[in-house]
Design a protein around this ligand. Structure first.
Ligand code: NAG
Length: 800
């Protein structure tokens, strides 16, 4: 491991990535429980969210039991491999997990090569780890051993065998070996760590997996951290960070580490060459710049070229095209790694391959595998997908009908770009595992004129105009209205439109959220990611979203981009409030309305939220916290937050928090008395209030020119004493109340006389939950007859 790391800088060198537990499958804990427990534990250590550190990955979340098999998922480029390398390195250097005596890291890439051969487990280990063979270790039952199986998505093995194998010295196929290792028949005490892209995770039976974790990429501070580590020169790092932050979409995309790596390279190049130019805003734009940069570097280094030369010499075009051909053909077969025969099939000879990998060290690489066979791959799958798209578009524009027809699986003589794009998209929509998703995304990006130009002769001549671009976009829109399109593919259609810089897509993403299609957590992440890049949205409403609690939580960051946010029934906890607040604080906030009702926020959550309320950035006018399990502690936080800042808040709803009680109202009345208070609406329905609260409220309302026009005290046991207090206030000339809701046990005698005594502003009176007797009703009639009465609404009085 050390050797691997001491070589060329890998793109994630020195980067840590957090792991999120997505699902616990240990028998003694049920899923939801487990997450809660982790939340509670991490809360104590002030580490928000359900994260664990990678060195603790085999500990059950409670820290007591050890888990045998952990599966770590994550989308491409998010840093799974690096995470396992980091783990191994820390272990090898004696920093962590010293109870483990051997770590055997395998990649499915390496194992694929052995498909045809027969081994025992011991032989496999000896073959790959020579020091173990030399030390003569033939049995592993008495050691704590960890097998890392990296990149299940790249597996060409079949992991479904019924043959049972328990003997580590018995020879069999690699498929059977792995199947039994994974099922715990072979070396049942060994630990296993499997990493995969989500789409391939189902190859392992769920009962074999103790815990599923997910790598979710960089948080905002981690992005900055990355750039600071990458450019040890602080000034340069700061310049690049401020560049990226200025382009919001770039900054958001940087949650994928590979994108950080590319961005850093491209921006550094642009700053160096003074070429500056416009910074790319899309994925495709960034990859094109990256490719150009690599070629320019190669020209300067090997060909004695100048900065100013065009990179598109015939020789360079030929190299990129042959790599593109390889990328494309292997992508269609689902291969991400290539062996000599694969290269030969694409007409690339081995010498060329080695040369390419030497020239484009950042794009294409050659690794020595077991038995000195060379393994080739693109440094990252996304490069393969990008080059494949470049190749495909080239074949189309240069009328290479054979390749196009083979791909589309039909006779194809059309020459219009929009028709071709439509065909490609239809083909990619049929893919179950989405292997053409990114390819399609790049292809759409490449069709945009400005990108097209950057690639010059590489793509050949084709007609593109704003009209054609619009037709392509319209086709995409139509495809996404088709009921049969799976959520994954729908999301990819949105991505394609973004690559084409069609920003009207954001409204449709919101429609999509409400469409009732069932969304997985990872799909929610993808949508949240896009919504964060959006321009300001009017409203986001997660209640209608058909997804799990975890899915809703993942959508929360989108709040940073909207005016109104409805997050009721989103299973947010006090921990989720931390991510909400960080989203709210990250931007000059435009949020004026926030509804967090019916989430179990508790006082801790409100305390977090108050961090935002205090900020001068906060422009919130309406805050709803119905049924959030709040007590008077929350009221104290609210009070102090609202006092410390010129508050814009005009509506506060704290209804259905049983534990608020009189103490809470007393705290709030501190706020009421503050000259800053602009509250017009206050709802305290069902908060276990008594007449004491009425006293506090009335004294607060009287002592300050009150703006309050609506007061809801329904479902509280105010008693006659409380009612009297309120009636006293209603008589006062300070009272501007227009709406008053169903105060229980209202004494109509006092109400009637109170209302008569003062030019009343009251237009709405809701007494629906009172058991008014005839006497009370008479009193009210008296008021209704009076010329002072401005009531427009009077609700269902019983026994009228
Ligand atoms: C959520 O999605 C599932 C699966 O598609 C569907 O059966 C269910 O009706 C949807 N629920 C709502 C409220 O739309």
């Amino acid at each position: 491991v050390k050797k691997k790391h001491s070589g060329k800088e890998t793109f994630l060198d020195e980067i840590y990535t957090e792991l999120y537990i997505t699902k616990g499958k240990t028998t003694e804990l049920n899923d939801e429980h487990e997450v809660r427990r982790i939340e509670a534990a991490s809360w104590k250590q002030n580490r928000p969210r359900e994260t664990i550190r990678s060195e603790e990955i085999f500990k059950s979340p409670e820290g007591r039991n050890q888990i045998r098999t952990v599966m770590t998922m994550g989308v491409a480029g998010i840093g799974k491999t690096v995470l396992t390398q980091r783990f191994t390195l820390d272990w090898a250097e004696g920093r962590t997990n010293q109870k483990i005596q051997f770590i055997f890291p395998f990649t499915f890439r390496q194992l694929n090569v052995l498909k045809e051969e027969k081994f025992s487990l011991v032989e496999l280990i000896h073959k790959h780890f020579k020091p173990i063979r030399d030390a003569g270790i033939h049995s592993f039952e008495n050691f704590q051993v960890l097998f890392i199986l990296d990149g299940l998505d790249e597996s060409r093995l079949s992991l479904h065998h019924d043959e049972i194998l328990t003997d580590v010295t018995e020879s069999t196929s690699v498929d059977v070996l792995l199947t039994n290792l994974i099922r715990g028949k072979l070396l049942p005490k060994a630990l296993l760590w499997i990493t995969t892209r989500p789409a391939a995770a189902n190859q392992i039976p769920p009962e074999c997996v103790g815990m599923v974790t997910e790598v979710r990429g960089f948080t905002d501070p981690q992005k900055e951290d990355y750039f600071r580590k990458r450019f040890r020169d602080e000034e340069k790092a700061s310049r690049i960070i401020s560049h990226i932050k200025r382009l919001k979409s770039l900054f958001i995309m940087c949650h994928i580490p590979i994108f950080c790596w590319i961005t850093a390279d491209v921006l550094e190049g642009l700053l160096e060459t003074r070429d500056g130019g416009e910074l790319p805003k899309t994925l495709t734009g960034m990859y094109i710049r990256f490719l150009k940069l690599q070629i320019e570097r190669k020209m300067i280094k090997y060909d004695g070229g100048q900065n100013t030369d065009s990179p598109w010499t015939p020789e360079n075009i030929k190299i990129v095209q042959s790599l593109g051909k390889l990328a494309f053909e292997q992508l269609l077969e689902g291969n991400l790694i290539f062996y000599k025969p694969d290269l030969k099939k694409c007409g690339i000879n081995i010498i060329d391959a080695s040369m390419h990998s030497g020239l484009f060290t950042e794009i294409f690489k050659e690794e020595r595998g077991m038995e000195d066979t060379s393994v080739y791959s693109f440094v990252h799958l996304s490069f393969q997908e990008f080059l494949a798209a470049v190749y495909m578009l080239h074949c189309f524009t240069s009328r290479n009908t054979e390749v196009v027809e083979n791909f589309l699986g039909e006779k194809y003589r059309e020459t219009s770009l929009e028709d071709f794009m439509k065909k490609v998209m239809e083909k990619s929509l049929k893919s179950k595992n989405g292997h053409l998703d990114l390819f399609a995304r790049f292809l759409h990006g490449l069709s945009v004129e400005s990108n097209h130009k950057l690639l010059g002769f590489l793509l050949g001549q084709t007609e593109t105009s704003p009209e054609i671009i619009q037709k392509i976009i319209n086709n995409l829109k139509e495809m996404n209205t088709d009921e049969d399109v799976s959520p994954d593919r729908s999301i990819n259609i949105f991505h394609c439109r973004l690559e084409m810089q069609d920003f009207s897509v954001y409204q449709e993403i919101q429609q999509f959220l409400k469409s009732g299609k069932k969304l997985s957590e990872i799909q929610c992440s993808a949508l949240a990611y896009m919504l964060q890049m959006s321009e300001l949205l009017d409203e986001i409403n997660l209640e209608k979203c058909n997804t799990s609690a975890g899915g809703r939580r993942r959508l929360v960051p989108a709040v940073r981009n909207c005016r109104k946010a409805r997050l009721n029934y989103c299973s947010l906890s006090e921990i989720s409030c931390a991510s909400l607040v960080s989203a709210l604080n990250s931007n000059p906030s435009h949020l004026t309305e926030l509804d967090l009702s019916n989430n179990d926020l508790k006082d801790g959550g409100v305390k977090q939220l108050c961090g935002f309320l205090q900020s001068p950035l906060c422009k919130l006018q309406t805050l709803r916290l119905l049924g959030c399990s709040l007590s008077e502690i929350s009221c104290a936080s609210l009070d102090s937050a609202l006092k410390s800042n010129p508050s814009h808040l005009t509506e506060l709803d704290l209804s259905n928090n049983n534990d608020l009680k009189d103490g809470g109202v007393k705290q709030l009345c501190g706020f009421r008395q503050s000259p800053l208070c602009k509250l017009q609406t206050l709802r305290l329905n069902g908060c276990s209030l008594s007449e004491i609260s009425c006293a506090s409220l009335v004294s607060a309302l009287k002592s300050n020119p009150s703006h309050l026009t609506e007061l809801d005290l329904s479902d509280n046991d105010l008693k006659d004493g409380g009612v009297k207090q309120l009636c006293g206030f209603l008589q006062s000339s300070l009272c501007k109340l227009q709406t008053l809701r169903s105060v229980t046990m209202f004494n109509c005698a006092s109400l009637g006389s109170a209302l008569k005594a003062n030019p009343s502003h009251l237009t709405e009176l809701d007494l629906s939950r009172n058991d008014l007797k005839d006497g009370g009703v008479k009193q009210l009639f008296g008021f209704l007859q009076s010329p002072l009465c401005k009531l427009q609404t009077l609700r269902s009085v019983t026994m009228f």
